[in-house]
Design a protein around this ligand. Structure first.
Ligand code: ATP
Length: 588
């Protein structure tokens, strides 16, 4: 496919934020695409040149892109920036400059290039090249490669390509929308969405899944297995109101493990190569050299994918350090120093792949036995989480109290005959957390959507309150649930201010559904953990809205930022909010 054709689709996608229309347009695009390019198109429509877990970022600052645009069309960088300031969008700026340069004849000699038109693959390859430059001279290499690419493109293509290295291509297309469109393109309906999603849960790579689907059909998808190096979307736990209900649900016997309050890590071992992914499947290997070394020295397997909770631990006093300490390990600088001061221990709680075999279909009992072999007792860094097989509410309470007095968060209860359910929240795992003073069984992970300007003391930070929302999984959008103003320290207000400045946008973002308007909107990117007394109904908010009434959090307070732990789509969903709303009556 010619890139100019893809650019026409970008135009159509940009013109709507309606979910059904987006799915429809995308499915037409997929139908028209060459099978060999479908994967690349999946990345490009989300503004990327690789799956999100690969640390391949185009990462060009405004001034670099301005320099490239200027160089392509015979303007100085400052002229481009001036134009950009008045337009507010680099894509539009570049589009106008390319049109003017045609009039002035600046790039007439290149007409042949763009009249024939570059293919999607050719543009993709150039962008990938830009992302991969490193070391001395990188800035110049990136600028000149982008300038050369722009010269070969028609004005509409230019408008969109420019936004990719800037990270400002905002078509509002989330993964569920792509999956629906893939199914629609192939079958005329959404019936294959679950099969596509299953393959996606195993690999987290939509481009790869789309390519297999278009080359080998449904059969190809169902043959996809876990692969070392491609993170698996994590299994998630349900909530229950009390221990008695847990016993009813779990049956005769079940497993219970301490719930460690650190951060989830997924470790991939392939011979002497180790990769470590975070809860949101970001590659964090470079931040955790001590864990990587532990895996190499202590894990008894050639190849393996394991999950566990990493937590800062004092081996001498055998004490777990509070979450605030553990989280300092997620920094991307002073890594060696921090690793020495705050060594991590990983408590492995599951194994998904072992010596060349996907073992997610095995039961919890079988996986646990294999995990015990692979992670021997006596390991210093990669330890195995304690597990007890129990059967009564009383045993749950006793173990729970022990765990809490050891400074842990509570328990995880696991069904013994259940496989590992990648990417799904279900009753195979139940989280049982320390009771809070309110009636809610859990905290809520909210997405920052907007900012209210500060009053009084807080004007120093420019932030008075936050408009936050949750994820509406049915519509692949974000809906509002409360205004948050308490529980933030001065430091956190400052932090929000910095984050909000980076994510500030001039219009309500395409995927946000709100009835209220903050002082300014931000791109939905950052997840905040919020604690509330209860969930009520409210005419103001759009979370789970029916007949004009939605859900709202009452007395919300910030617990912590979950910036590098969760993607916005990993925040609490509307259906979870509904369940939490109902659960609170059972807890009373
Ligand atoms: P979720 O991961 O369910 O979206 P969350 O990230 O907000 O929610 P919690 O609500 O605290 O986390 O509960 C689930 C998390 O508990 C897991 O993602 C994992 O990181 C952590 N965890 C700690 N100990 C265990 C354990 N023994 N088994 C499984 N998970 C554990």
């Amino acid at each position: 496919m010619k890139f100019s054709k893809l650019a026409e689709y970008y135009e159509k996608l940009e013109a709507t934020s309606k979910r059904l229309e987006l799915v429809d347009i995308l499915s037409k695009l997929f139908k028209e695409s060459d099978t060999s390019e479908i994967g690349k198109i999946c990345y490009l429509i989300q503004g990327r040149v690789a799956p999100f877990f690969e640390p391949i970022e185009l990462g060009m600052a405004e001034s670099m892109v301005a320099q490239a645009v200027g160089r392509a069309y015979g303007h100085s960088k400052d002229e481009v920036i001036k134009h950009y300031r008045s337009k507010g969008n680099m894509g539009l700026t570049a589009q106008q400059l390319v049109l003017k340069s045609h009039l002035r004849g600046v790039i007439r000699k290149n007409r042949d290039h763009f009249e024939g038109g570059l293919s999607v693959s050719a543009v993709f390859d150039e962008l990938l090249k830009i992302a991969k430059f490193s070391g001395a001279g990188t800035v110049e290499q990136k600028v000149s490669t982008l300038a050369n690419l722009l010269k070969k493109l028609d004005p509409v293509s230019v408008k969109h390509v420019v936004n990719i290295p800037l990270g400002t291509l905002r078509l509002g297309i989330g993964d569920p929308t792509v999956m629906d469109a893939l199914s629609l393109a192939k079958t005329g309906g959404k019936k294959l969405r679950p099969v596509i999603e299953d393959a996606y849960n195993k690999t987290s790579d939509l481009g790869f899944v789309a390519e297999v689907f278009f080359k080998k059909g449904q059969k190809g998808l169902s043959e996809i297995k876990l692969m070392v190096g491609k993170p698996v979307r994590p299994a998630l736990a349900e909530r229950m109101p009390n221990a008695e209900e847990v016993v009813k649900r779990m049956g005769d016997k079940f497993a219970a493990e301490p719930k460690f309050d650190g951060f989830r890590v997924q470790v991939h071992k392939n011979g002497d190569k180790v990769e470590i992914f975070s809860r949101n499947l970001e590659d964090m290997t470079h931040s955790f050299p001590d864990l990587a070394e532990g895996v190499l020295g202590e894990v008894k397997a050639k190849t393996a994918i394991m999950e566990g909770e990493a937590i800062a631990y004092n081996p001498e006093t055998e004490e777990f350090l509070p979450f605030q300490e553990t989280t300092k390990r997620r920094r991307k600088y002073k890594i060696a120093e921090t690793a020495k001061a705050l060594p991590l221990v990983m408590f492995a709680f599951d194994i998904l792949y072992l010596n060349g075999k996907d073992i997610t279909e095995e039961t919890e009992i079988v996986r646990r036995k294999l995990l015990e072999k692979v992670v021997p007792k006596g390991n210093a860094t990669i330890r195995i989480a304690e597990q007890r097989i129990i059967s009564t509410a009383r045993e749950i309470s006793e173990f729970f109290n022990e765990a809490v007095s050891d400074g842990l968060e509570g328990l995880m209860i696991k069904k013994l005959d259940s496989p590992y359910k990648a990417g799904g929240r279900g009753f195979h795992w139940i989280k049982f957390k320390r009771a809070s003073s309110g009636d809610l069984a859990d905290t809520v992970d909210c997405v920052l959507l907007g900012v209210y300007a500060g009053k009084g003391k807080r004007t120093v930070f420019g932030v008075g309150g936050l408009l936050v929302g949750v994820y509406d999984e049915k519509n692949d959008s974000f809906v509002t649930i409360c205004r948050l103003g308490t529980g933030l320290t001065d430091e956190e207000f400052k932090q929000v201010h910095e984050i909000a400045q980076k994510l500030k946008v001039s219009h309500q973002p395409a995927r946000v559904n709100s009835k209220i308007e903050p002082s300014y909107w931000v791109e939905p990117k950052v997840v905040l953990e919020v604690y509330a007394d209860e969930i009520t109904k409210s005419p103001i908010h759009t979370a789970g809205e029916a007949d004009g009434v939605g859900f709202a959090l009452r007395f919300p307070r910030l617990v912590k930022f979950r910036e590098s732990e969760k993607r916005p789509e990993d925040s609490t969903t509307v259906s979870e909010i509904k369940k939490l709303y109902e659960l609170q009556f059972k807890r009373k």
